[in-house]
Write a protein that binds this ligand. Structure first.
Ligand SMILES: C[S@@+](CC[C@H](N)C(=O)[O-])C[C@H]1O[C@@H](n2cnc3c(N)ncnc32)[C@H](O)[C@@H]1O
Length: 245
């Protein structure tokens, strides 16, 4: 996905998303959080394609946010600072990529300027979240391998994604995303052409493209969300992974 689109959108991303989805994305996020909490309540979390950091609402104490858009990162840092987080200096700069560390009481947020395919940290996570993330990955297979590498055995992978299916309703929503959303976005944020591209990225993703990469995982939740074009998956990395390797 062309990151420049997200750089341009960053300052208006939260508002634009609320308007074009009629607030439904927020309902999906609430359902997502509630379902994740049935399996894992705290620990080390990695959030992929974080945008402005809304998945911090899960409340985990240690979160790595992986986001390639520099402008989104700026908005995320401002948002966390406005909630009382203070930026700390890293003693060691990992690799050549910028990292940002913010702290508030027992909460530690680390923002990594990188992609799902390329990020690398020397810690494994109890939970990896990808909310509306997969369709942005240029190479889903590489991103999935990197997810597997960074997840503990027995850890959870939680995904919400818009995937196309053959129902009439799904076709209708795609039509709305491809034809009406760009018009609204044109008026609202002057980004008609960019939103057309975003709509097309949904057109190209079906659930098999995601699930085929996690065949060894136990699927604990596989649910359509309200407005059945979005699906939620919660999977557990099989404890037996160790034995195989
Ligand atoms: C639809 S937004 C994600 C929403 C976000 N997860 C949330 O909770 O609100 C998509 C984000 O994916 C990011 N992105 C694009 N390509 C990416 C990649 N290869 N790896 C990780 N993130 C990527 C974009 O910069 C953008 O911020």
């Amino acid at each position: 996905m062309d990151i420049k689109i997200y750089d341009k959108l960053a300052r208006r991303y939260d508002l634009a998303t609320k308007i074009v989805s009629f607030g439904i994305e927020e309902i999906w996020r609430k359902v997502f959080i509630k379902n994740i909490k049935k399996f894992v309540k705290n620990g080390v979390m990695i959030d992929l394609a974080s945008a402005t950091g809304e998945m911090s609402k899960l409340g985990f104490d240690k979160i790595y946010f992986v986001e390639p858009s520099k402008e989104m990162i700026k908005v995320m840092i401002e948002k966390f600072k406005s909630k009382g987080f203070k930026e700390e200096k890293f003693e060691v700069q990992f690799q050549e990529r910028p990292y940002f560390k913010l702290k508030k009481e027992n909460k530690e947020y680390i923002i990594i300027s990188s992609t799902a395919e390329e990020f690398s940290i020397n810690e494994k996570a109890d939970l990896i979240t990808a909310f509306m993330a997969f369709r942005n990955f240029d190479d889903i297979k590489r991103a999935s391998e990197n997810i597997d590498k960074h997840l503990k055995n027995g850890g959870y992978l939680a995904i919400v994604e818009m995937v196309k299916n053959d129902s009439l309703f799904s076709k209708l929503i795609l039509w709305y995303m491809n034809n009406i959303v760009p018009l609204i976005a044109g008026v609202l944020v002057g980004m008609k052409e960019e939103y057309k591209l975003l709509g097309r990225s949904i057109d190209s993703l079906n659930e098999e493209k995601i699930l085929e990469n996690f065949k060894d995982y136990d699927i604990l939740v596989n649910k359509k969300l309200f407005f059945p074009i979005a699906k939620m998956y919660i999977m557990r990395k099989n404890e037996r992974e160790n034995i195989k390797s």
